[in-house]
Write a protein that binds this ligand. Structure first.
Ligand code: ADP
Ligand code: MG
Ligand code: ZN
Length: 491
């Protein structure tokens, strides 16, 4: 029997507001000492009242717009009760019946076409405190509690069970993260905990229209663990079913070291949470004017930008996709391109050279140091000048890499680096010719081979010339000169 996996993701993103969801404490807790960004509201003292953060509501509306959602006219908060020491009030304020945004979609690629994946809803809630479990010298367990994170605005984006493979799930997450960053509502950093994903996984006989029993996998802190845990879980469930077993509806955790999912608890159902409308907060009425104002302020989204990069600059889909993945990279690319006013073919040619450099060498340097281009020392103007030097063949592509690395480390302009390092390419025949002659004279065997029909001998000779010229000769010119000389010998 063939099995079809069914996957639906629940993603939590911390919102980039200044203050917390229901009080005026700063929402940015990452660098604060434990329990310093707290007040009676987020500490859940008796008698306090929450106040809704308007910016957080706007961010969820914007997310809804970016994800093709409908925006509720009336939205409301609910209490979700459960007891865990990280939940200060004993209940979490969230949205159950009437989320701010609902019924949207984004697309992932399936069999070469873009396939819609439903977004059930995007709603607002609050983050919980952080517990750190330890053991003392006598082996006695204890937990430290930091309440700074409690009350930080959290948006939950619930996806429909429309995904079919771990790769699709990763693409969905990548797109969602990119969109949230484009519209500036979240840093969406998985390793900082501001972007968290729970994966729901089930399998069913291929062709069946009913869903199988799902398992929810939690505790994943990288795209890779989401991907790998889904693959593991699909495999586990198929093996279980094929050996006559049954999938239990449960919550499992991903054990990163052993690369397995482990049962944590049987699934709780909605009525375990005793949801009730939050009596301390009024409903939120979202006027259509508010929505259209926000719509008007929305930046260009990644998919649209990719298409524009293809049509306006003639870039390949591949190049354009790499460029738009991070907004800062796409901005950098366009800023660099706009430093000269080119049109038509010249613009396309320049865009291609620039894209190559940004997507390969610059991407490599950024990856190595784990920063975004906006945080790096390379400016768009410097990058454009570097492309000028390469296009004019003043420096070779190998030298270009060296120059970029220096620009990256020091922030110097490429012209300055080229001067300081004494780089520059020999593009003048008369300057390259002596090296060509030396190579021919020093390698009679290779010349012989060429004359006997072994054309690849030219490559070897080009290498020799480059060596003699200490990498300064323009390889294209070397090639031409060598061929001229060799052909002359042949006749
Ligand atoms: P719950 O009540 O358990 O939270 P929901 O219906 O609210 O379940 O769905 C939660 C998440 O689980 C959603 O992302 C949804 O797409 C996904 N999901 C629901 N049913 C399945 C299933 N049979 N297989 C995989 N994912 C599922
Ligand atoms: Mg759920
Ligand atoms: Zn507070």
């Amino acid at each position: 029997m063939e099995w079809e996996p069914v996957i639906g993701l629940e993603v939590h993103a911390q919102l980039l507001t200044k203050s917390k969801m229901f009080c005026t404490c700063p929402a940015d807790y990452q660098d604060s000492s434990p329990n310093t960004t707290v007040c009676p509201v987020c500490l859940a003292m008796p008698g306090v009242l929450p106040v809704i953060n308007q910016q957080a509501v706007e961010f969820v509306i914007m997310t809804g717009l970016a994800l093709n959602c409908s925006i509720a006219e009336r939205s409301q908060f609910d209490r979700k009760s459960y007891s865990y020491p990280d939940l200060m009030k004993g209940y979490q304020i969230t949205q159950f019946e009437s989320p701010i945004s609902y019924d949207g979609w984004l697309t992932v690629e399936r069999d070469g076409v873009q396939q819609k994946v439903g977004v059930t809803r995007a709603h607002l809630e609050e983050d919980v405190a952080k517990l750190q479990h330890s053991r003392d010298g006598a082996g006695e367990g204890y937990a430290l509690m930091d309440v700074n994170r409690a009350g930080v605005p959290l948006m939950e984006v619930v996806g429909e069970p429309d995904l079919r493979t771990a790769d699709e799930a990763r693409e969905y997450m990548t797109k969602l993260r990119s969109i949230l960053r484009y519209i500036g509502v979240s840093t969406a950093d998985m390793d900082q905990g501001s972007f968290r994903c729970d994966a729901n996984v089930s399998v069913r006989p291929k062709g069946s229209t009913e869903y199988g029993t799902k398992v929810e996998v939690k505790n994943m802190n990288s795209f890779r663990s989401v991907h790998d845990s889904i693959e593991y879980e699909i495999d586990r469930q198929i093996k279980l079913l094929e050996s006559g077993g049954r999938v239990e509806q449960e919550t499992r955790g991903w054990d990163e070291n052993r690369e397995v999912t482990v049962s944590q608890r049987s699934k709780e159902y909605a009525n375990d949470y005793r949801y009730l409308p939050e009596p301390d907060l009024p409903p939120v009425f979202i006027s259509r004017e508010w929505v259209s104002d926000l719509q008007a302020k929305m930046p260009e989204l990644p998919d649209v930008r990719r298409e524009r990069f293809q049509s306006e600059y003639g870039l390949s889909e591949y190049d354009a996709s790499l460029l738009i993945a991070a907004k800062s990279t796409a901005d950098f690319f366009e800023d660099a391109l706009k430093t000269s006013s080119l049109e038509g073919d010249a613009l396309g040619k320049r865009a291609k050279s620039l894209a190559n450099l940004v997507n390969s060498e610059l991407a490599r340097l950024l990856n190595q140091s784990g920063i975004e281009v906006s945080e790096s020392k390379v400016a768009p103007k410097g990058m454009a000048e570097l492309v000028d030097l390469l296009d004019a063949r003043t420096i070779s592509s190998t030298q270009g890499k060296e120059v970029l690395e220096e620009m990256f480390n020091t922030g110097d302009s490429p012209v300055k680096v080229v001067e300081a390092k004494g780089l520059s390419q020999l593009t003048d025949s008369s300057a390259v010719m002596p090296a060509v002659e030396e190579a021919l004279a020093g390698n009679p065997q290779a010349v012989e081979d060429f004359l006997n029909g072994k054309e690849t001998a030219v490559k070897f000779l080009v290498g020799q010339v480059m060596k003699i010229s200490k990498g300064k000769a323009d390889p294209a010119l070397v090639n031409t000169l060598l061929e001229e000389q060799l052909l002359a010998k042949k006749s």
